[in-house]
Design a protein around this ligand. Structure first.
Ligand SMILES: Cc1cc2nc3c(=O)[nH]c(=O)nc-3n(C[C@H](O)[C@H](O)[C@H](O)COP(=O)(O)OP(=O)(O)OC[C@H]3O[C@@H](n4cnc5c(N)ncnc54)[C@H](O)[C@@H]3O)c2cc1C
Length: 497
């Protein structure tokens, strides 16, 4: 713990001590953290270059407690930030230094499973993989599969609209969520979506999914479940260059095949994965392509033959096929460990996340190589090739200020290259605090103001995860501006639909 009853009692206490006392009465004092050393545990998410110690941490056990906590924060005019497992890579769960961090990890139950309707209702703190584990015996799984699925929370997945290797075929989190119970930024509990996934009227569920914790706190999630495919085949093809692998990707899609996943790793990423997990990828490969096909056995067999032929024609130096879970696990081990694995070959690294049209992949990878040479900074490339979603891993030593700066500049230049080719500054890791400065490169002031109006409709006080997503707070309560004004009465009704 955390916090004792005496501290919760008050007396000559500061505003934050008083708030701690109120929160302790809501959750029990053992779920409120005030000890400076323990607070440090929460100073960052997976993006460790941004750190900020919260004033208080509280771990609610129910939606009602979450709502009461939010109401207490609003009454005290104190910013609050939701946190799931803290694996985010854009600083979305970075605490506010004078605010309350609301950690959802105690709410980790799978509440209902309806196998017939293929639906489940889960709490936000349940880990992504545990949803699939809970329904495996019923022949079902939860399709969105971020590589962090062993640890990341479904609440965090909703906030980030997370993807994963298999989202090429199955879609992102937004395609698998049919309803959300949320606590609004003023502390009311309400549902968005009607459980069908195709609600009438404004798609508030769609607006909320991917809003990075800025529109409220998720307390229950209704998800779709997917039947486990009859057959899965995984194929690994080695190439001399990423350009050859990229050609195979385009040709496979052009042949009308939608694999469950198409992932690529370049030579440096392979070296890192090999060092970390000894995945035994073909030696001296300049790139490996992982293609997974799933579905009815006859369909998969036919597609496998076509994919093999295309992969060969694109210049594969070696092709391996795996059709049993153990062989597949070996192939995936290298890919799934790639982010962490680069820690074996570099003291520090930035996980970049950008998107380009699939057809521009080769072009952008060549540009990244060029930038890497120009800045003298190594870049390992791991990517969801089928989605055009790049994850360049920029390697540097944070003990050197010059290297750190060069890595930051290079990382930004990679995003410029993505935007120039009609892409985006993020595919699945969100904007958070890290990429807010790049938003004006993609959007005009008018675009950003319009997005802020949506945010203001949910959170007129700007207390809910402030300072994230937007480069300059221009509306609502954050900074007075030309358009700051109370919301029209109707705007609040909009919230409760
Ligand atoms: C090794 C590694 C691999 C990864 N691979 C992938 C990948 O393949 N695909 C992918 O998309 N991402 C990936 N990620 C990024 C990360 O795991 C995802 O963004 C994930 O969804 C974050 O979940 P979390 O529970 O850790 O959320 P946190 O990091 O705690 O929070 C993320 C955001 O969600 C908000 N939030 C959290 N809980 C709630 C809630 N209950 N209500 C409202 N807002 C909330 C926070 O305020 C914050 O803005 C990876 C990360 C790592 C470290």
């Amino acid at each position: 713990m955390i916090m004792d009853r005496a501290c919760a009692g008050g007396g000559e206490s500061s505003g934050m001590e008083q708030l701690a006392g109120v929160l302790a009465r809501i959750t029990g004092p053992e779920h409120v953290i005030t000890d400076p050393l323990e607070l440090r545990t929460y100073e960052c998410d997976g993006l460790t270059s941004h750190r900020s110690i919260p004033a208080l941490v509280v771990l609610p056990g129910s939606a009602e407690e979450t709502a009461a906590i939010v109401k207490a924060c609003v009454a005290a005019r104190t910013p609050f930030v939701a946190r799931g497992s803290g694996t985010g890579l854009s600083g979305g769960a970075l605490p506010h230094p004078s605010g309350v961090l609301i950690v959802m990890s105690r709410m980790r139950n799978v509440l209902e499973i309806d196998a017939l309707s293929r639906r489940a209702i889960v709490e936000p703190g349940v880990t992504n993989l545990n949803v699939s584990n809970a329904v495996k015996e019923l022949g079902l799984f939860y399709a969105p599969d971020p590589s962090s699925q062993v640890i990341c929370s479904v609440g965090g997945n909703v906030a980030e609209n997370s993807g994963g290797a298999h989202c090429l075929k199955y879609g992102f989190t937004v395609h698998h969520v049919t309803g959300l119970e949320i606590v609004t930024p003023s502390g009311e509990i309400t549902w968005l979506g009607d459980g069908t996934g195709v609600p009438a009227g404004y798609d508030l569920l769609g607006a909320f999914t991917g809003s990075e914790g800025t529109l409220g706190i998720v307390t229950k999630i209704a998800v779709k479940l997917t039947p486990i495919p009859q057959t899965v085949h995984t194929l690994l093809a080695a190439y001399t260059t990423t350009a050859e692998g990229g050609k195979a990707v385009s040709d496979i899609i052009a042949a009308g095949i939608t694999p469950a996943a198409i992932e690529m790793m370049d030579a440096l990423a392979i070296e890192a994965a090999e060092t970390a997990v000894r995945c035994g990828y073909p030696e001296n490969a300049g790139a490996v392509l992982i293609v997974e096909l799933d579905g009815p056995a006859s369909e998969v067999e036919a597609e496998l033959a076509t994919v093999r032929e295309i992969a060969q024609r694109a210049g594969a130096t070696e092709i391996r096929a795996a059709d049993d879970p153990a062989q597949r696990a070996v192939i995936w081990a290298g890919r799934k460990s790639a982010f962490a694995a680069v820690g074996r070959i570099s003291p520090s690294f930035i996980v970049q996340d950008g998107v380009v049209p699939r057809t521009a992949l080769g072009d952008v990878l060549a540009r990244i190589d060029q930038l890497s040479d120009e800045h003298g900074v190594r870049v390992a490339n791991v990517f969801h090739a089928g989605d055009g979603n790049l994850h360049p891993l920029v390697l540097y030593d944070d003990a050197s200020a010059a290297e750190t700066e060069a890595a930051e500049i290079l990382s930004g230049a990679i995003l410029d290259a993505c935007i120039e080719r009609g892409g985006s500054i993020t595919g699945e890791h969100g904007v958070g605090v890290d990429k807010s400065r790049y938003m004006p490169k993609m959007f005009t002031d008018e675009d950003l103001d319009t997005m802020q109006l949506v945010r203001c409709a949910f959170d007129p006080e700007s207390l809910c995860n402030p300072g994230k997503v937007f480069p300059t707070p221009r509306l609502c309560g954050e900074v007075p501006g030309a358009r700051r004004k109370p919301l029209p009465a109707g705007a609040e009704i909009f919230l409760w639909i």
